[in-house]
Design a protein around this ligand. Structure first.
Ligand code: C2E
Ligand code: MG
Ligand code: MG
Ligand code: MG
Length: 281
């Protein structure tokens, strides 16, 4: 007993843990400043139709221009933002920024503008009470039809939680589209797909990466596509980096692709320039 208490006691002073807590505190303070000082920004990655590669939409992805660390990707701060209660503010910033940008493209690029805007939502956002009202008002403020916006959620949070399921239903009621992100990771279940009110299934990048070399992955992808199609859901292959992967996803009749082969996430002005250049070509 004493021995165990001793061990527990030691854990408090575990230098690695102390380091982690200190680091987290630093990120938290940093993030508060980032929101205040407008260090966050949004990049956009094209989503294209297969085959052909014609851009149909874009996914908005948040970035952080840190004064000393350079550009920081969401993998390094979204989880902390959730833990310390800053994710709602970050999520609102991304939604407002991306919708304003998308509306601006529509007025200035006309038929060349992307047709659909995808925005990621985290678990905490889906559990916060004002989300549906926020989405509705941001759409209205920017003069966007709800179906132009697709919100991406991960399945682990979509499945079990009753509050989350209620929010998803309300989002569907106002006409927003929903995508299941990173499908195949965690305990995803093809058998439960029909229970979720989603329009689109995004097959996780880890499966695409091995689709050509591991037959089991290819079989899983194919099964996912068939089940999704039978439910009238659109399929997207994430993380397409090579022509070989694109050809395989096309052969498996995946509807859309997204990945470095078609374009990296980029700032609005750069994506716009690219759209204008390809229109002239
Ligand atoms: P995600 O929603 O699955 O986004 C796709 C991620 O894959 C992005 O990473 C993108 O840059 C990366 N990616 C795209 N194509 C390729 C490729 O061909 N190869 C490789 N290796 N990677 C590719 P990113 O931007 O670092 O975002 C990571 C995750 O952070 C996102 O995964 C999403 O879950 C989350 N996230 C990003 N922005 C937001 C946001 O505004 N709000 C919330 N709640 N989460 C966000
Ligand atoms: Mg996503
Ligand atoms: Mg994804
Ligand atoms: Mg993913």
């Amino acid at each position: 007993e004493a021995k165990r208490a001793g061990r527990d006691c030691c854990m408090v002073f575990d230098p690695a843990m102390h380091e982690r807590v200190a680091q987290q505190l630093e990120i938290e303070n940093d993030l508060r400043r980032a929101l205040r000082e407008r260090e966050l920004f949004v990049v956009y990655q094209p989503i294209v139709a297969l085959p052909g590669g014609r851009a149909t939409g874009v996914e908005a992805l948040v970035r952080w221009r840190h004064p000393t660390r350079g550009v920081v990707t969401p993998g390094e701060f979204i989880a902390v933002a959730e833990e310390v209660g800053l994710i709602d503010a970050i999520g609102e910033f991304v939604l407002r920024t991306a919708c304003a940008c998308f509306a601006d493209w529509r007025t200035r690029l006309g038929p060349r503008a992307p047709r659909q805007l995808n925005v990621n939502l985290s678990r905490a956002q889906l559990r916060s009470s004002g989300l549906v009202e926020l989405v509705a008002s941001v759409l209205a403020e920017n003069g966007l039809a709800p179906a132009m916006l697709q919100l991406e959620v991960t399945e682990t949070l979509a499945a079990q939680d009753e509050v989350v399921r209620g929010t998803l239903r309300q989002l569907k009621q106002i006409g927003v589209r929903l995508a299941l992100d990173d499908f195949g990771t965690g305990y995803s279940s093809l058998a439960c797909l029909h229970l979720l009110p989603v329009d689109t299934v995004k097959i996780d990048r880890s499966f695409i990466a091995h689709a050509e070399s591991i037959e089991y992955h290819r079989v899983l992808i194919e099964a996912t596509i068939r089940v999704a199609q039978s439910l009238d859901m659109v399929t997207v292959a994430e993380g397409i980096e090579t022509a070989g992967q694109a050809a395989l996803m096309t052969r498996l009749r995946c509807d859309h692709g997204q990945g470095w082969l078609y374009g990296r996430p980029q700032e609005a002005a750069d994506l716009e320039r690219r759209i204008n250049e390809s229109a002239r070509a």
